[in-house]
Design a binder for this molecule. Structure first.
Ligand SMILES: Cc1ncc(C[n+]2csc(CCOP(=O)(O)OP(=O)(O)O)c2C)c(N)n1
Ligand code: SF4
Length: 524
């Protein structure tokens, strides 16, 4: 990218004042991030996320030590799952928590490679606890970078083993209480009880001074491996502004003021390993091991495993019989609504609200979210079933209604809606090259309307209002009650109320079919 912008990645400019301009991107990063064609140069991380800083420090260290062609990066499940889109090194992305195990295999098979495992705190300290402890205990000659942001970022903010006492999360809404959820785990201290690791340090990307220390620690871990020393572990305290609900600057401050006192920065281990008697088995090639050396290539046959997995039945007692009698006005037995758009548009929230409203009106409901791993600009959709009977399946292959919050969703899902169904599209008109589906389509410029009311984010409420007015599937008063319970900020609540009303008004006053106003109600 630097080259495209007229900057040289390799030759920093020297200005009149003698300072060098070094804004260029490390060549260890790809010039263009090809994750999404429309987002060629930006990462999927949220603004202010610590992952980006840690990536930069790793890339620069790999570059400075001249290790790019030898490096293999093992990435986890978590927000950093897509690191392979950015690092121009050997990449492998592994199952949740298994990076140290995969890194072990790679390093043992290819000892001349520089093998780096990159993990979040949910990945390393929860599901992957066993892997990291045993890899460290075996003294695997790998480097592990542990990005501790005290929360599960990718999945929306569940409690991590490192969540601080009193810190709220979706699974500790009253704050972490040691008696109920246990104490935060100190992974660096825990690993420092083991004999084998050669280097363990905790750093933070909270301010420039600490970032410089983090830089040195990351470089040292890489250099240890270059020298053939043993297991190196760098824990990085890192901000997650999105899930913490803080502005980037505030989030960095929170690392300094809350995380560092709870996880003191320290070098826990820095030793030259004692020379150990090498009693490892002799290294032999695969054909030698299989005693087929003189037959040339092995057959390559491998037991694949059946891959059978026991699928849970998914049966859940809905308790419909204990529900209130369904509201007599529901004109359907079963109605399914698909809400689709991208992360940040309140797609999932809209679905939750519909499900909540259905419950309040005595219906059986289900809400099935589906979203990509990225928090920013990823796709998100959910399916809501509202039913007078038990919900047999939360999946709707042909939903009665599609609320398409962006063009991609319209193109992707509109054809699934049957002819008697409804598509609400968040725009003033359909794309010119789009063939309308058989279903009835109403274009509602919801983002525009919401914007005028003070927050584009309320577009989902405009569409909710439009849905209720057009289909009369649930009562607007129920929507208001549910919104009031969900939205705590007074100013936001007011905007949401107005947005709901604006959506209803739009259907009442603005939607015309030819010269006729649209009929009220929604036929099934
Ligand atoms: C086997 C398995 N269990 C659970 C999940 C859901 N999951 C995805 S990422 C994640 C935790 C991510 O948190 P963390 O490691 O702290 O990384 P962050 O996103 O904060 O960077 C979980 C539980 C999964 N993908 N696979
Ligand atoms: S959710 Fe948190 S960890 Fe994930 S990308 Fe956003 S700021 Fe980073």
């Amino acid at each position: 990218m630097a080259e495209e912008m007229g900057m040289s990645a390799k030759q920093p400019e020297t200005g009149n004042n003698g300072y060098e301009a070094i804004h260029s991107k490390s060549p260890v990063f790809y010039g263009v991030y090809e994750r999404k064609s429309e987002l060629k140069h930006q990462t999927h991380y949220c603004p202010g996320c610590g992952h980006g800083v840690v990536h930069k420090l790793i890339a620069e260290a790999v570059q400075e030590l001249g290790l790019q062609d030898r490096t293999i990066l093992v990435t986890p499940v978590g927000c950093s799952v897509f690191a392979f889109y950015y690092f121009d090194v050997g990449n492998i992305q592994v199952a949740h928590g298994r990076a140290p195990a995969a890194a072990t295999g790679i390093k043992r098979a290819c000892p001349d490679k520089i093998v780096l495992a990159y993990q979040g705190d949910g990945d390393l300290a929860a599901i992957g606890t066993a892997e990291i402890v045993h890899a460290a205990n075996r003294g695997e000659k790998i480097a592990v970078f542990f990005v501790n942001n005290a929360i599960y970022g990718m999945t929306g903010g569940q409690m991590a083993p490192t969540t601080l006492i009193g810190q709220t999360s979706t699974t500790s809404p009253w704050g972490r209480r040691p008696l109920n959820e246990g104490f935060p785990m100190h992974m660096s201290e825990l690993l420092a009880t083991l004999e084998a690791p050669v280097y363990i340090e905790r750093v933070a990307v909270s301010d420039n001074k600490n970032i410089m220390k983090a830089r040195r620690a990351i470089r040292k871990a890489l250099d240890n491996q270059r020298q053939g020393l043993g297991f190196s572990f760098v824990e990085v305290l890192s901000p997650c502004p999105t899930i913490w609900g803080k502005e980037p600057v505030e989030a960095r401050k929170w690392v300094a003021e809350k995380m560092i006192p709870a996880f003191p920065l320290n070098v826990f281990r820095d030793k030259k390993p004692e020379p150990l008697v090498d009693n490892a088995p002799p290294r032999r090639s695969v054909p030698e091991v299989l005693e087929i050396a003189d037959r040339g290539q092995g057959t390559g046959d491998r037991e694949q495993g059946t891959g059978d997995r026991e699928q849970g039945t998914g049966d859940r007692e809905q308790g419909i019989e204990k529900r209130e009698t369904p509201h007599p006005k529901h004109h359907f037995r079963h109605m399914t609504i698909n809400v689709a758009g991208f992360g940040g548009q309140g797609v999932l929230l809209l679905g939750q609200l519909l499900a909540e409203m259905g419950m309040r009106e005595g219906l059986a409901v289900s809400w099935l979210p589906s979203y990509g791993p990225e928090m920013r600009s990823g796709s998100a959709h959910c399916t809501v079933c509202l039913s007078k009977d038990r919900v047999g399946s939360p999946v709707a292959v042909h939903p009665d209604v599609l609320i398409a919050m962006n063009e991609i969703s319209l193109r992707k899902f509109a054809s699934q809606v049957p002819a008697e169904g409804l598509v609400l599209y968040n725009h003033g008109s359909l794309p010119s090259d789009f063939t309308p589906p058989e279903a009835h389509v109403i274009c509602v410029p919801a983002s525009e309307i919401a914007d005028k009311l003070g927050s584009t984010k309320a577009a989902n409420m405009v569409l909710l209002g439009a849905l209720l007015e057009e289909t009369e599937c649930l009562a607007a008063s129920t929507a208001l009650g549910a919104i009031e319970d969900k939205v705590k900020k007074v100013a936001l609540l007011e905007i949401n109320r107005k947005a709901l009303e604006a959506g209803r008004d739009f259907i009442d006053h603005e939607v015309w079919v030819g010269a006729e106003p649209q009929p009220d109600g929604f036929a099934y």
